[in-house]
Design a protein around this ligand. Sequence first.
Ligand code: PMP
Length: 353
Amino acid sequence: MSIRRTVRNMNAYAWEESSRSIAKRYGLDEKSVIRFDMNTSPFVLNVVAEALQKRAGMAVNEYPPANYEGIVKGVANYLDVQERQVVVGAGGDEVIDTIALAFLEKGEKSVISTPTYSMFSIASQRVGSKVVEVPRTASHALDVDALTEAAQNAKLVWVCNPNSPTGNAEPPSKIRALMESTKATVVVDEAYAEFGGESVVKLTQEYENLVVVRTLSKAFGLAGARVGYAVTNPELAAVLNKLRLPNSVSEPATVLAGAALSAEGIRQMKDGVAAMVAEREKLKSRLEPPFEVFPSETNFLLIKFPDAQKQFKRLLTKGLVVRNLSENALTKNCLRITVRSPTQNSKLLEALT
Ligand code: PMP
């Protein structure tokens, strides 16, 4: 088979095991398995639940509006940006993929600040880019000097802020310093921005080399619908819109996204975020040494264990699935745990302590 060499050598995106398979292995009811591994929301917004019930406007025999105008207007209003700055995709992942496709020729350099979201590397490799990894500092801070150095002759620099899996957020001044020191385009993934840290969305009106990626999968609780977007300058947005696949966001997803981005949806999202942030702090305060909990501005906690691999397996036997990062060089002995509902978090705490 003449599959491209870059593709043959690539690592695929890795998930934890499915709930069905875990339930079968440990003799559990599949419905009792709780996913603490995907940083999704335990809530569905009321406006979304109502839209699902009514199913109004979900004409599945038709394509959605080709320009996703409802979502575009909703995002522009939500973030106070121009409609022509917005690019919609089937999740942040598709937007990330479109950005890589727009900027990276085969053999060209892209830079990532590790440890971070694995799709930056995967999307870059898919188009044949050479990925250069720049580790964060011991306290998980962005190493702007090292990134600047690595970004010489690079086309893209990928930064996640707040970062997954570390959970910390960096101030806009650091992103600004990075943008000013490089000709490369800086992509800032703000999938977790609603939970903490300060957004750089407004800087897209000031800098030409900035793209911000966002999603409705986390704070808005719409991971299953698959809706994400980029905000950038209008010229680049037009290029990304030219490249994106047509109609990859389904008609039902556009209706649900419209409800989520309504004034009432945004209000409900903010209430949900406040509840999750309070839960995060509660969970954190109950996890004492020997667990080391890192600072988080997201809906998850990165936790270092004396023996993470053993903990991971023990939790799995109880149907509690967390993200196992214990074998990765930069997150040795760490597990990443999504903050879920109070009842679900209590089950986790009980199992851990
Ligand atoms: N960025 C980060 C940092 C993420 O954790 C995720 C979710 N896995 C995404 C982007 C993409 O999410 P989605 O495709 O569901 O919008």
